[in-house]
Write a protein that binds this ligand. Structure first.
Ligand code: 4NP
Length: 249
């Protein structure tokens, strides 16, 4: 279910024969020098716009139903696009939660942002973090967490905030760091939204070997933060795979 558009001036400069988009089940591409590139796949009579170049402006530009470019684009099989309903996908909302929201969850938030950016799907996501406590409300991420992340090319952002009832309603995935967080968040979910999807982050760590806690590094040394960063990086890759198995990206 991909619909991508971009310019194609370099990669096919010697290829003068346009190829038409098709409406089969597999991905299809319109590819012609100097023209826009369309890559699409139809699902249930709809084209779903996803991928790195998908945004609202692109969808409006292409939407043949709204008189957009898609209908007359050189090389595009107009018939295949007629009657297509362009679908706006809601962002997938992911919330990372730890105790203080100054170490593990801001690290996980920033790593997951980096993972989806590298994947080209950042604009499919809304990502945030929170704490089960308000101990550090308003504070920036811990300096040691910032330093470890910085050395890996990752910038931690945001200020600590406690998790709210609304978070349990709004976020599609609530990802907690340890068993204590799981207990606290599950109690909240039971009260406000028993259908909330709550996971331990290390459920998605291929090297967890049954130990599903991201340990609290706050009272330890820098080595603990490095270890936590490794766990979070492995787990965030696995988390994206999990979400991809459940959602259209
Ligand atoms: P975090 O680490 O839950 O990963 O943000 C902690 C930060 C502060 C405290 C405990 C854990 N504290 O007790 O203040």
């Amino acid at each position: 279910m991909l619909l991508l558009i971009g310019t194609n001036n370099e990669s096919n400069a010697g290829d003068s024969a346009p190829r038409k988009a098709s409406c089969g089940d597999g991905p299809s591409t319109v590819n012609r020098p100097g023209a826009a590139v369309l890559h699409g796949q139809r699902l249930d009579g709809r084209w779903l716009a996803t991928g790195p170049l998908r945004n609202r402006a692109t969808r409006r530009l292409l939407n043949p139903c709204a008189g957009g470019l898609g209908r007359g684009l050189p090389g595009v099989d107009d018939g295949s696009l007629l009657g297509i309903e362009m679908t706006t996908l809601e962002p997938i909302k992911v919330l990372f939660v730890c105790l203080g929201n100054i170490c593990r969850s801001p690290m996980a938030e920033a790593v997951f942002r980096s993972v989806v950016r590298d994947d080209g799907t950042a604009d499919r996501f809304e990502i945030d973090s929170a704490g089960t406590s308000g101990y550090h409300e308003g504070e920036a991420p811990d300096a040691r967490a910032q330093e470890v992340a910085r050395r890996r090319g990752i910038t931690l952002t945001g200020r600590s905030r406690p998790i709210t009832d609304d978070d349990l309603e709004r976020f599609d995935y609530v990802i907690v760091m340890d068993a204590n967080n799981l207990r606290d968040v599950s109690a909240l979910a039971e009260r406000v939204n028993p259908d909330a999807e709550v996971h331990l982050l290390r459920e998605f760590d291929p090297e967890a070997h049954g130990d599903l806690d991201v340990p609290d590094p706050y009272y330890g040394g820098e080595a603990g933060f490095e270890q936590v960063q490794d766990m979070i990086e492995r787990s965030c890759v696995g988390l994206l795979e999990h979400i991809r198995s459940e959602r259209t990206l």
